[in-house]
Design a protein. Structure first.
Length: 243
């Protein structure tokens, strides 16, 4: 793990307050964790009503807490997805710069946003794991963008951070160019998981969820190893086209 990212994560885990910093978005004002109050107010909150399974926004609340139509047709393997924001401006720019621009300082900011949400939402898990990258993707990017989020979430909800519990068996095609059916085929048997999860609750963590196919494939692999419950936690929920 890069040293800069590790140092920021250490501050989060030790619950030490951050110094006032120039805002990561506007650069004009100073604010806690690197966001001024004005830019923090611009973050695109994920507003309800939401599907209780995949957290996709619904036009109207479904009766008796029923899942959305897509989840009714093919329920994902995870039990519930939790997300504080939509994948939209200006959060999308922060995530993109972090992942592809190696703006490692933004990792601490993004992790703090997920931590704030987790603190309000509650929840618990025995194990917390980042969605793993394939070796080729990890070498290309230099780090797994989900590590900081998962490590911080573990500190908030009380689970054990377990980055080596699962791995990618192969380098799959990029999901963004595929439709829903192709995404599911692309991820079939894509993850390996260590044994010994019988009866445990697991939280899996990623930066963005769209169709939920990656999270569902990993949740399925975890449940085959005995996990009792698998929840998915992401910073941002992208809205996948209706099918």
């Amino acid at each position: 793990m890069p040293a800069a990212l590790s140092n920021w994560e250490g501050q989060l885990l030790n619950k030490r307050p951050f110094f006032q910093q120039d805002c990561r978005l506007c650069g004009r004002y100073r604010g806690r964790d690197g966001l001024c109050d004005g830019c923090r107010a611009m973050l695109p909150a994920l507003a309800g009503p939401l599907c209780p399974v995949c957290a996709e926004p619904q036009a109207v609340a479904l009766p008796d807490g029923a899942p959305c139509g897509r989840c009714q047709r093919q329920r994902p393997a995870f039990d519930a997805l939790f997300a504080p924001y939509r994948y939209d401006y200006p959060l999308a720019e922060l995530i993109h710069h972090y992942k592809y621009g190696r703006a490692l300082g933004d990792g601490a900011l993004l992790a703090s946003l997920l931590a704030e949400f987790a603190g309000r939402t509650g929840g618990s898990a025995d194990l917390v794991i980042p969605v793993p990258l394939a070796k080729e993707r990890l070498a290309e990017r230099g780090f797994n963008q989900s590590d900081a989020l998962a490590r911080t979430l573990a500190a908030i909800i009380g689970g054990t951070f377990s980055p080596r519990l699962c791995w990618r068996k192969r380098n799959t095609a990029r999901q963004a160019s595929l439709d829903l059916a192709a995404r599911r085929r692309n991820l079939a048997d894509a993850f390996g998981v260590e044994p010994g999860l019988h009866g445990l609750c697991v939280a899996i963590v990623d930066d963005v969820a769209s169709s939920g196919s990656t999270l569902s494939a990993l949740a399925s692999a975890l449940k085959k190893r005995g996990a009792k419950r698998v929840d998915a936690w992401v910073l941002a929920r992208a809205i996948f086209p209706k099918t």
